[in-house]
Design a protein around this ligand. Structure first.
Ligand SMILES: Cc1cc2nc3c(=O)[nH]c(=O)nc-3n(C[C@H](O)[C@H](O)[C@H](O)COP(=O)(O)O)c2cc1C
Length: 357
């Protein structure tokens, strides 16, 4: 069975090329996840490190899905969306009963204390909800190999350094990372008795050209986070969304740093991770030598300003990827996805003309 056939069997409602909505913590909740799946992709709820409200998000998603005029066809009665966890902080024991009850089509694992600690998660998920597929997001060849050897995920999301939000400090863009992971997987399945995962690409993909490029690299589908920050269904402050629309030239206007974690107090991330966000005053002050304490205090004061706290002269964090400069308009998740899918055809036609000239 080809990878595309496998995807269509496991997630029968999808259209290809597959577009996945990243599980962005506190932003990708039931409305966005459900809308992405309704539009032929796979939407994820971003549970992050704190699963205390996950039950109500899943219940809401289930209600939205059961009130559709025509239900999405799912495999073995799974809920046709996924849930993403940030593993260094999320509680497995609190998550398991929810996964058993709601049976999401996929669970996305990311940033464990060590890759081997994912073994307990994957074993337990497969025990309580055998139909739920296990996805793992990795950002290096070495982590890809460990993940596949240790837990044999169904899907591996290859995250490049352009990605918004958290990722590895030491990273490569998907143009080089993806094919190297792909080759490493091919070699691994030849030498060891492991199941080859389906590979998806993430990081810097915000429109059709990036999605087509990722498909050319060998990806079976793409994951988009930053693009969906400017979607109507995202649960996001207006100041944040406006900043995503304003920022351009993403390599210059965003930066990978630990400063935003420091000022926000999200300090459980290991040294291997930092996060990409739009440059603002917290960052400039940190570079200029301001102490963490003062920077954090100023951040906390800025929170009182609401939407006005975002912007180049603001201190509220705008996690976003380098693709931010290509995001110009807020659209519905469906419009975004249709535009990407239709655009890919145009890119491929151009490519075919180019190679045949
Ligand atoms: C605002 C934001 C929040 C994110 N939160 C999470 C998260 O909670 N868990 C996770 O696995 N990835 C998270 N990510 C990373 C995404 O999974 C994905 O790798 C990234 O969005 C892809 O790159 P792009 O933003 O350029 O599309 C987040 C990304 C953004 C932009």
């Amino acid at each position: 069975m080809s990878d595309i056939e496998k995807l269509k069997k496991d997630y029968p409602w999808i259209q290809t090329p597959l577009i996945v909505g990243a599980p962005m913590r506190l932003i990708a909740l039931a409305p966005l996840a459900v809308e992405i799946s309704r539009a032929g992709g796979i939407g994820f709820i971003g549970a992050g490190t704190d699963v205390s409200s996950l039950s109500s998000h899943l219940q809401y998603a289930q209600d939205l899905l059961s009130n559709l005029p025509s239900p999405l066809p799912s495999s073995s009665d799974t809920l046709p969306i996924g849930v993403g966890f940030i593993n260094w902080g999320a509680s497995l024991s609190a998550s398991l009963p929810l996964l058993q009850t709601f049976k999401p089509a996929a669970v996305w694992l990311f940033a464990p204390k060590s890759i081997s600690s994912l073994l307990e998660w994957s074993t337990e998920i497969r025990r309580v909800s055998p139909e739920t597929k296990v996805w793992v997001q990795i950002g290096s060849v070495v982590d890809a190999l460990s993940a596949v050897k240790i837990i044999q995920p169904d899907v591996l999301v290859v995250q490049g350094a352009d990605a918004g939000g958290h990722g590895l400090v030491k990273g490569a863009g998907i143009v080089s990372l993806f094919p190297e992971v792909h080759d490493a997987m091919n070699e691994l399945v030849k030498s060891e008795d492991v199941k080859e995962p389906i590979l998806l690409a993430a990081g810097g993909i915000v429109e059709a050209r990036g999605a087509a490029a990722a498909s050319s690299l060998g990806a079976c589908g793409v994951v988009m986070g930053t693009r969906f920050l400017a979607s109507k269904e995202a649960s996001i402050a207006k100041g944040y969304q406006d900043e995503v629309l304003r920022a351009s030239d993403g390599g210059q206007s965003t930066v990978r740093t630990k400063v935003y974690d420091t000022v926000r107090g999200t300090t459980g991330w290991s040294d291997a991770y930092n996060a990409r966000g739009v440059v603002n005053k917290s960052y400039h002050d940190a570079v200029a030598g301001m102490t963490d304490e003062e920077n954090k205090e100023l951040y906390e004061q800025e929170m009182k300003k609401g939407d006005a706290g975002w912007g180049v002269d603001g201190r509220m964090t705008t996690y976003a990827g380098t693709g931010v400069g290509l995001v110009r308009e807020v659209k519905s998740a469906r419009e975004i996805m249709e535009e990407v899918r239709e655009g890919i055809e145009g890119v491929v036609e151009r490519l075919v003309r180019l190679v045949r000239l």
